[in-house]
Design a protein around this ligand. Structure first.
Ligand code: TRP
Length: 455
């Protein structure tokens, strides 16, 4: 595809909706609350917010700059901006990360469809926590049912990606994102007003810093990258579709604020209910699937809220899987010249295979372990704790140290047309703080700290 022809998002709202659509997903509503629950509540939230501000925002801007300057897929953008150098490997690493993320993400995305059906069948009302927990456990460890939902979800994803950037991705996200925000606010109001809900708010907003250790910090950083879709070229790929007129600074701020807001609101919807109903906040991936059905069961009009919620959660997941698939598809199509529809079909099959491994690892293959983890946890940890932070580190170093400073300023200011208020701060963050910060957090967790007995 020549540069002039490169397709781009049609409007400013479309850009934000697509990028926020990628960012806002299961990461906010499913993963963030349970990570927060497992890592001690408020303290995790504080570290998370610091990671978003100091590492996430500069890396997101870096990805947009690389993509919009490079006008190509993630590996192609690096290759164009640094010809003859090895930076494209960072892009390739992102393609691999996309595969692995999709490999567990589509399993959970499939669960959301099952829960749409359960909601429609009015399966939550009148049920107690123990029953809801059992229903979830039976379903998620089942051999075939999750696979069917996962396959359906993958087909939906492929379909939207096939419809293309403008018609598929942009159109589907523009209306659904605001709707999701509304319903989460309504859920939050219900949850907070449950008897005993205040304790949940305390858990969420009263940080207990004695709970912080290196693994909490690594998890918060990983979650920040995961939630903002960073560190593996997703925003590079989307950046390449952003028009040269768009204000990148505004886009970064809008996407980050929206993403963080939804994660916090989801937690406000979940933790008061967790405490009110006597659920263990540290129970892990099943948290949302047990807590929220419980909230619906205790809510006027809960039947309709439940349907609406799970439909929108599925949609939020879809706008994220689309972006993940697009990273791989754009790479293969542009680098190898294959036909788009063929690539989508092949990649979907490969993803389904990984999804099958993940899903089975929760059920019939629960004793198959690699590095002590089942496939589901392995794919999740390998991406959020290693590939994404390392990718983010290289992306920051690339922008901070390899790209020409004036060229960056030029890109961020749309060739001098808009003011770039925080350019020096941005350069400081990508040159020093992000690489050193990410590096230290990873090294510390990998055992350096243990060697020096800094535990
Ligand atoms: N950010 C999405 C979520 O929170 C998931 C996601 C989409 C993602 N694209 C990504 C994560 C790229 C990492 C990298 O659910």
């Amino acid at each position: 595809m020549s540069e002039k022809e490169r397709i781009s998002f049609g409007s400013k709202l479309g850009v934000v909706a697509a990028a926020a659509g990628s960012a806002v997903g299961l990461g906010n509503i499913w993963r963030f609350p349970y990570e927060l629950g497992q890592y001690g509540g408020g303290a995790f939230l504080v570290i998370y917010l610091l990671c978003v501000l100091l590492l996430g925002m500069p890396v997101m801007m870096s990805e947009f700059v690389i993509g919009r300057m490079g006008q190509a897929n993630t590996a192609g953008s690096f290759r164009k901006l640094a010809p003859g150098k090895k930076w494209w490997i960072v892009g390739l690493m992102g393609v691999l990360a996309s595969f692995l993320i999709l490999g567990f993400y589509i399993v959970v995305a499939g669960w959301t469809l099952e829960y749409v059906v359960q909601a429609v069948g009015d399966r939550f009302s009148g049920r107690e926590t123990a029953t809801l927990a059992k229903v979830f456990a039976d379903f998620s460890t089942d051999t075939f049912r999750p696979l069917l939902w996962m396959a359906l979800f993958t087909i939906l994803t492929g379909g939207v990606v096939y419809a293309g950037v403008k018609n598929g991705i942009e159109k589907s996200t523009k209306f659904l994102m605001p709707l999701l925000l509304l319903i989460i606010i309504a859920l939050g109001v219900r949850s907070v007003t449950l008897p005993g809900g205040a304790e949940g708010l305390r858990f969420l907003f009263q940080p207990d810093f004695s709970k912080i250790n290196s693994s909490v910090i690594l998890s918060a950083m990983g979650q920040a990258f995961f939630s903002l879709s960073l560190g593996m070229g997703c925003m590079i790929t989307y950046g390449s579709y952003i028009s040269k007129k768009n204000n990148l600074q505004h886009t970064v701020v809008e996407v980050t604020v929206l993403d963080t807001l939804i994660a916090v609101l989801a937690s406000i919807a979940i933790f008061p209910a967790v405490f009110s109903l006597g659920i263990n906040p540290a129970q892990g991936p099943e948290l949302v699937f047990i807590t929220l059905p419980n909230v619906f069961a205790h809510m006027p009009g809960g039947y309709f809220w439940a349907i609406l919620f799970f439909v929108l959660l599925a949609v939020a997941a879809l706008t994220s899987t689309i972006s993940l698939l697009e990273v791989i598809v754009a790479y293969v199509v542009e680098e190898f010249g294959f036909k788009r529809h063929r690539v989508i079909a092949l990649v979907s099959v490969a993803v389904l295979f990984l999804g099958l491994l993940s899903s089975f690892s929760l059920g019939i293959w629960s004793d198959v372990k690699i590095f002590g983890m089942g496939f589901f946890t392995l794919f999740d940890n390998a991406t959020s704790k290693i590939l994404m932070p390392v990718g983010g580190l290289f992306i920051a170093v690339f922008v901070g140290w390899s790209l020409d400073k004036n060229a960056i300023l030029n890109e961020m200011s749309n060739e001098g047309k808009i003011k770039v208020g925080y350019f020096r701060l941005f350069m400081f963050l990508v040159r020093y703080l992000a690489p050193i910060g990410i590096g230290l957090i990873i090294i510390n967790q990998l055992g350096f700290g243990k060697l020096l007995s800094l535990e």
